[in-house]
Design a protein around this ligand. Structure first.
Ligand code: PAF
Length: 282
């Protein structure tokens, strides 16, 4: 497995690749990331993973400094998964000057849900992902990238960016990897105490219940949605959570659903100091 620390080194490693398969990560890898590698690998001729904790997507009060950096363990996992190249730029390599040119997401998608509670988050994500895509795919006529459905809105934002900029990249959405009890795997689960880890499952249970209620209300969903969502949030509040949102949306643009739309339930809530997100397509 080759390591590239700079964009030029990466491009040298990829010189003979016609269709790179790329998985961007911020490291602290778990089975969900490895599943992304496994899905991407057979679809390209060279598998690349990036490890870069992207300052641009953290708000000042968020965990940029304390975000776990686990380089040795990450490399061992990537190598075992058959990754060919790890792109791990230092900040100075990816952002040699202040990144004043940014990719601003469509506010209709990027300023709702996660974007409402983490303003600027999707601009930070889209900007780094565009830069990583340019690093990996520039000069290639095709490529593939895999993103987890765990970050459902992020996947929609990236799909829209790829579509609207006509990037020759296939975006594969990969199902959420869950622990045995059903908790969605996340790098931030490591912040949970033992009792919080047990309680954490309640977010996905609340979302599943909201999904069942939404399907049961069928044609009356538009009218009943606000009260169903309020009930789901109140249930978590009663258990000591601070929910940001639990909501039923249509899948493709995360707007309020109309009759017949394919649906997804999404939620974000804080348990203690840890903010968790999850979702289910229903
Ligand atoms: O999902 C993530 O880990 C990050 O948002 C990403 C896509 C690697 C961009 O920094």
């Amino acid at each position: 497995m080759l390591i590239a620390r700079s964009i030029s080194e990466l491009r040298q490693h990829l010189a003979t690749s016609h269709r790179p398969a790329f998985v961007p990560t911020m490291g602290n890898l778990h089975a969900g990331h490895i599943q992304l590698i496994e899905q991407a690998k057979p679809q390209g001729d060279c598998t690349v993973a990036s490890i870069f904790v992207n300052r641009l997507q953290f708000l000042p009060h968020e965990d940029f400094d304390s975000y776990p950096r686990t380089w040795e363990a990450d490399c061992a996992k990537l190598e075992a998964a058959g990754c060919n190249v790890v792109f791990a730029p230092r900040e100075i390599d990816l952002y040699p000057e202040t990144q004043t040119v940014k990719v601003h997401t469509d506010p209709a998608l990027g300023n709702i849900l996660e974007g409402e509670f983490r303003p600027g988050f999707f601009t930070g994500v889209s900007t780094v992902v565009m830069k990583l895509f340019m690093s990996v795919f520039a000069g290639k006529s095709q490529g593939v990238t895999a993103f987890g459905k765990k970050d459902y809105q992020q996947l929609m934002v990236i799909r829209q960016m790829v579509r609207q900029f006509a990037l020759p990249i296939e975006v594969v959405g990969v199902d959420t990897c869950r622990a045995e009890d059903g908790l969605a795997l996340s790098s931030r689960n490591g912040y949970l105490s033992a009792s919080e880890r047990t309680e954490a499952l309640q977010l996905s249970l609340a979302l599943r219940a909201l999904g069942r209620d939404a399907l049961a209300s069928s044609h009356a969903l538009a009218a009943q949605r606000p009260s169903l969502e309020a009930k789901a949030m109140e249930g978590l509040r009663q258990r000591g959570w601070q929910p940001d949102y639990l909501t039923v949306r249509r899948r493709h643009d995360l707007q309020a659903p109309k009759a017949g739309d394919a649906l997804v339930v999404l939620g974000a809530a804080k348990l203690g100091t840890t903010r968790l997100i999850d979702n289910f397509e229903i």
